[in-house]
Design a protein around this ligand. Structure first.
Ligand code: 4AD
Ligand code: MG
Length: 477
C-alpha cells in the first residue's frame, strides 16, 4: 500500500479510503488519540486507536517520539481542530522511544535547552516550521536568480585570499600544529603544505564571482562562508551561508534596485508558500511578546512586518545624511549610544543602524556612499576622493542584512588602494587581470542568508535558524 504524507492526507479527499502513514508520535491521549507528525507540515494528523483491539504491548509503546506506521480509514473528524482523522486499523511500532529519556516532552522547552539538543529540536513545532521556511527561502533565492537570467556559480570554499581584508579566517592546513616544517627564519613553511601555500576557508565568494560576472554577465554564489570573529551575538555565526550576486555593466543604483527587488520577491514567495508555518511562527512571536514589558513590544505582527517590507520602498540615504541624523538624534545628545557619533567618518555600529531603521525611518534603509577608509579595498572610489560606492541594506530587528558595492573597475585606482592597504598585489594577480582585459563597471552584494531567515521567521537568535550553529566555543554535532 502506498504511503501518504500527513500534508497530503490533511488536504486530500480520500474520505472512506484506506491509507497508510508513517511518522513520529507527538502525543498520545486517553489511550485513544495519537497526534502524528511526519515533518511534511506543521499540522499533526489525529489517529484514533481502537484500543480494545490493539495489543497491550503495542499500546505501551505508543510514546512521544516513537516512530510508527499506521494503517486505517480516513474519515471526517468529529473533534475540533481538524477536518479529517484516521480510524486506525493497524499500528506498527517502527522505533520505540523511552518516555523517561526522550528530551522533547510535549511541553514548552526553552530555546537554550533545545540548542543543547539540536539533533532533536527539529521535532518541535517551532524548529520544524523554521527549517521548512529556511528550505523555502533557499529555493526562492535560486528561483529568483534563475528566472532573472543569473547563472549560479560555485565559489571555492578553500581559498588563498581574504576578500574582506578583515583577517578573520580559519586556516586550512594538513600540518600538525606542533610539528609544522619551518623556514630558515622560523616561520611555518607553507610551501610544504598540501596546497603549497597558505590557505583558509572563504569569508566571501565575491572576488571569484567578479571574474565570472566579467564573462557570464549575471552570476550569483550561494554557499557557506566562514569567519573567525569572536563575537557571540544574536546576529553572528562562525559558519553561515551567503548569497552573492555579481552583475557586469551595473552601477550602484542598479545594485540597490536589485537588492530591494530580490529581498521583496523572496519574502513574497515565502508568504505564499509557507502559510501554515508563518502563521504558527506569528502566534509564537505574539506569545513571546506578551512576556515583554509593554513599551518593548513590537507594534506589528510577523506577517504585518513581512508585508510592510514587500509593500513599501526601502529608504535610500547617504552615509553623510545618516551621520547628520545620528549626530542630532536624541540618544546621541543624551549620550545613550554606547559609541557616540561625533564626526563624519565614524563607523556605524548596530545601535546606530537600528536607530535609523527602527526609530527614525521606521522602514528598511539602504545606506550608501560610505567613507573609503571604513570599507573594503575593492569598492569604487567616488569623485570626492573620500567616499566609496558602498551600500548596506539595514532591516528592523536585524540591522545589516546585506552589504555590497559598485566595484573599482579602474586598474590604476585599484592598484593604489591595494598598495595603500599593504595587500600583496601578487596574491591578487588573477583579480587584477579582470581590470586589464575588458574591464567594465560592475556591482554586487552579499546577503546573510541566516539573517534573512531570522527576519522571515521572527526568531530572535541566529543560532535558532541554522541546523547546527557554529559559534565561539561551540561546534557540537
Ligand atoms: O558585509 P559583508 O562582510 O560583505 C561581504 O562579504 C561582501 N564581500 C559581499 C559582496 O559584496 N559580495 O557580509 C555580507 C553579509 C552581511 O551583510 C551579513 O548579513 C552577513 O553577510 N554576515 C553574517 N551573517 C552571520 N554571521 C556573521 N558572522 C556574518 N558576517 C556577515
Ligand atoms: Mg558588511
Amino acid at each position: 500500500m502506498m504511503k501518504n504524507t500527513v500534508a497530503e492526507l490533511l488536504r486530500s479527499d480520500k474520505i472512506a479510503q484506506e491509507v497508510l502513514v508513517k511518522g513520529w508520535v507527538r502525543t498520545f491521549r486517553s489511550n485513544r488519540f495519537i497526534a502524528l507528525n511526519d515533518g511534511s507540515t506543521i499540522n499533526n494528523i489525529q489517529c484514533v486507536v481502537d484500543f480494545e483491539n490493539t495489543e497491550e504491548e503495542v499500546l505501551k509503546q505508543i510514546n512521544t517520539g516513537a516512530a510508527v506506521a499506521i494503517t486505517g480509514t480516513l474519515v471526517e473528524s468529529q473533534g475540533k481542530g481538524q477536518k479529517v482523522e484516521i480510524q486506525a486499523s493497524k499500528i506498527e511500532i517502527l522505533g520505540v522511544s523511552n518516555p523517561e529519556e526522550y528530551p522533547i516532552q510535549p511541553k514548552k522547552h526553552s530555546l537554550e535547552f533545545l540548542r543543547e539538543n539540536a539533533h532533536l529540536r527539529i521535532r518541535t513545532n517551532t524548529f520544524s516550521a523554521v527549517m521548512r521556511v529556511r528550505s523555502r527561502v533557499s529555493y526562492a533565492i535560486h528561483k529568483y536568480f534563475t528566472e532573472n537570467g543569473f547563472y549560479n556559480f560555485h565559489a571555492p570554499i578553500i581559498t588563498g585570499s581574504d576578500a574582506e581584508g578583515a583577517g578573520e579566517m580559519f586556516k586550512v592546513s594538513v600540518f600538525e600544529p606542533n610539528d609544522a616544517p619551518k623556514t630558515e627564519d622560523g616561520k611555518v613553511d607553507y610551501s610544504q603544505d598540501f596546497f603549497g601555500k597558505e590557505t583558509n576557508l572563504t569569508v566571501s565568494g565575491q572576488l571569484e564571482a567578479e571574474t565570472y560576472a566579467m564573462a557570464l554577465g549575471k552570476v550569483y554564489t550561494f554557499g557557506p562562508t566562514f569567519r573567525a570573529e569572536n563575537s557571540n551575538t544574536t546576529r553572528h555565526l562562525a559558519e553561515f551561508w551567503m548569497v552573492e550576486p555579481e552583475v557586469a555593466f551595473m552601477d550602484l543604483d542598479g545594485n540597490m534596485d536589485l537588492g530591494e527587488n530580490f529581498i521583496k520577491e523572496v519574502i513574497k514567495d515565502v508568504l505564499e508558500h509557507c502559510e501554515d508555518d508563518i502563521i504558527f511562527l506569528e502566534n509564537r512571536l505574539l506569545q513571546e511578546e506578551k512576556s515583554k514589558p509593554a513599551n518593548q513590544r513590537s507594534e506589528m505582527s510577523l506577517i504585518e512586518k513581512l508585508k510592510f517590507v514587500t509593500e513599501n520602498n526601502f529608504m535610500r540615504v547617504s552615509y553623510t545624511e545618516a551621520i547628520d541624523i545620528l549626530r542630532n538624534s536624541k540618544p546621541n545628545k543624551k549620550k545613550k549610544f554606547q559609541f557616540p557619533i561625533n564626526e563624519w567618518g565614524a563607523d556605524l555600529q548596530s545601535e546606530h543602524e537600528r536607530f535609523l531603521v527602527e526609530k527614525h525611518f521606521k522602514c528598511p534603509v539602504i545606506l550608501f556612499d560610505y567613507p573609503a577608509n571604513i570599507k573594503a579595498f575593492y569598492m569604487r572610489l567616488n569623485d570626492d576622493g573620500k567616499t566609496v560606492r558602498a551600500m548596506d541594506i539595514l532591516f528592523p530587528g536585524i540591522g545589516e542584512i546585506a552589504g555590497g558595492s559598485q566595484r573599482e573597475e579602474r586598474l590604476d585606482v585599484l592598484k593604489d588602494k591595494i598598495s595603500a592597504l599593504d595587500i600583496d598585489e601578487k596574491e591578487l594577480w588573477w583579480y587584477l587581470d579582470t581590470r586589464k582585459f575588458g574591464t567594465a563597471v560592475h556591482s554586487g552584494f552579499g546577503l546573510g542568508f541566516e539573517r534573512l531567515v531570522q527576519f522571515v521567521t521572527g526568531m530572535g537568535n541566529i543560532k535558532d535558524v541554522i541546523p547546527y550553529p557554529r559559534t565561539p566555543q561551540n561546534a557540537e554535532f
